[in-house]
Design a binder for this molecule. Structure first.
Ligand SMILES: NC(=O)c1ccc[n+]([C@@H]2O[C@H](COP(=O)([O-])OP(=O)(O)OC[C@H]3O[C@@H](n4cnc5c(N)ncnc54)[C@H](OP(=O)(O)O)[C@@H]3O)[C@@H](O)[C@H]2O)c1
Length: 333
């Protein structure tokens, strides 16, 4: 089979597209998927550079989520069967024509959902839903501020925030991105420069109830200052490259709760002992996200798709901040 292989931690462009042996026989609880699409993400790039939370043994195939057709299941598998289309989240291994994963991270997809667009769903919408519903406990009628709002997790948070009944303020760097966020349901879209003062004006001087911040650095600082008394902020990532220091005095005087949210832990990556406890919750969430998509309440969006041999262009599009929604690799091509 064809796979993108990392032989040494370093630049993404050093990955090699190779013919490799397909994964061997399945364990009892494993599922084999003929991959159609895989997503390109910051996390995959960091893992290839050796800068992610976990460093796989070399050589390895990166890629943390895929969608494809189930071709074989182990004898203990009950939730999916051959012939079904399913999404999977995985530690690594997604950039390959055959992917073998434990059943607990496989999410069967209903008919009627475009599989290419759905490649935006598992990690981005899973993160948005978990951060907003489980960590921040976003309530109907509250105001939600989303930074990087046209990006992969940002636009997911805009849509999930609306689906949960919030008023959503989107922050994005360009006119095109703000127009995209508005077209996807945001109530208001603000430029990144100076958004704190605008947010204060829009909320009668109070600030927002919940912040979803995948950008970090100085943007996080502005979010903190735009947060209301008793607000909840969720740290999602550091897309601008700098990990901020938190002025704890502001948390204190404004009674703000600060949460970190890491989807991988909920999905069970590297936490085998906890998977039995958490997997049903994540599976139920994915069922709901697929159902909302089939009903038109969510519109996952892929702005850039490349065949596997153009993986360098795919990462370049992400890093150049060109993408709206998700960037995907077409593994089947
Ligand atoms: N915690 C979790 O479980 C989890 C899950 C998924 C992703 N993440 C993290 O969330 C972050 C965003 O991921 P994503 O998939 O949404 O990425 P993305 O699609 O590239 O979006 C990131 C957004 O960040 C903004 N940005 C600001 N400075 C940037 C820079 N120097 N380079 C690139 N983007 C920059 C851009 O928006 P503007 O141009 O509007 O500023 C961009 O649209 C990453 O750090 C990722 O690792 C975390």
């Amino acid at each position: 089979m064809k796979a993108l292989v990392c032989h040494a931690f370093g630049p993404w462009d050093d990955l090699r597209l190779e013919e490799t042996a397909a994964p061997g026989p399945l364990a009892a609880d494993e599922v084999r998927i003929a991959a159609e699409y895989a997503s390109v993400s910051f996390a995959a790039g960091l893992m290839v550079e050796g800068r992610y939370q976990r460093r796989p043994p070399l050589p390895f195939v990166p890629g943390t989520e895929c969608i494809g057709i189930v071709t074989e299941v182990g004898p203990a598998v009950t939730r999916v069967k051959p012939g079904q289309r399913a999404a999977a989240t995985l530690d690594w291994g997604g950039y390959a024509q055959q992917v073998v994963v434990a059943e607990y991270t496989v999410y069967p997809m209903p008919d009627g959902i475009d599989p290419r667009a759905a490649m935006h769903l598992p990690l981005s919408y899973g993160t948005a839903y978990g951060a907003l519903a489980w960590s921040a406990r976003l309530m109907v009628g509250e105001t939600l501020l989303v930074t990087g709002a046209a990006g992969g997790v940002g636009i997911a948070a805009v849509q999930v925030g609306k689906a949960l009944g919030a008023r959503v303020i989107a922050v994005a760097s360009t006119e095109e991105k703000r127009a995209f966020a508005l077209s996807q349901g945001a109530d208001i879209a603000l430029p990144t420069d100076g958004f704190r003062d605008e947010v204060k004006k829009l909320t009668g001087g109070c600030g927002v109830d919940v912040v979803f911040d995948p950008v970090g650095g100085p943007v996080f600082d502005a979010c903190l200052r735009a947060c209301a008394q008793y607000g909840r902020m969720v740290i999602i990532g550091f897309a601008q490259g700098q990990i901020q220091q938190v002025p704890a005095n502001l948390l204190l005087v404004k009674n703000i709760a600060l949460h970190g949210f890491y989807f991988g832990a909920h999905a069970g990556w590297g936490l085998v002992d906890e998977r039995a406890e958490r997997a049903p919750k994540v599976q139920a969430m994915m069922d709901e996200l697929f159902a909302w998509t089939a009903a038109g309440r969510l519109e996952p969006h892929v702005s850039h798709a490349y065949p596997m041999d153009r993986y360098r262009e795919a990462m370049a599009a992400l890093q150049a901040r060109e993408s709206l929604g998700k960037v995907v690799l077409e593994i089947g091509r």
